[in-house]
Design a protein around this ligand. Sequence first.
Ligand SMILES: Cc1cc2nc3c(=O)[nH]c(=O)nc-3n(C[C@H](O)[C@H](O)[C@H](O)COP(=O)(O)O)c2cc1C
Length: 166
Amino acid sequence: MDNALLQGIRERRTVRAFRTDPVEPEKIERILEAGRWAPSGKNTQPWRFVVVKAPDKRQELGKLVPQRNMIATAPVTIAVLKHTPSGYDELKDAQGIGACAQNLLLAAHALGLGGCWIGRTRDPELEKLLGANEDEELMLLLPVGYPAEEPSDGDRKPLDGLVRTI
Ligand SMILES: Cc1cc2nc3c(=O)[nH]c(=O)nc-3n(C[C@H](O)[C@H](O)[C@H](O)COP(=O)(O)O)c2cc1C
């Protein structure tokens, strides 16, 4: 493909197994920076990030989700929270957070890393562990690390069946 962004979109695949190598802090920062530049309704930017790096926190986090191994082995998990006072519309806030999450995944991929979007929302136990305050609610978890697996080529419905031009 002749365009790096389009190629990244096509080639990014969910990674669920990670090497133990740490992720460089500057890479985490670049991933978060990509998240920050996502579009959001009325530019409200309702996302907040908690970067979970401490081994004990990662273990504890893993115990609270079915994807225990993934979270416990990933050197970093980014929790994406919604800052509710910044939001203005339930669905549009969620759409903005979704755009943010895709930016995080694409940036991770562009930097040679992989990640898995774990759709974990509004979980009081997890929110407590993450130190979320009363204005914040969990939207998703994103374990990130260097891939320890070769993901498949991906599978998508053909465009023909998805599009109507009127
Ligand atoms: C909203 C959402 C929730 C997801 N939740 C999970 C999850 O809980 N566990 C998991 O392994 N993958 C989860 N995924 C990843 C999807 O399974 C994955 O994106 C999909 O199968 C397509 O594969 P690809 O990302 O490799 O193209 C989620 C993705 C999205 C967008």
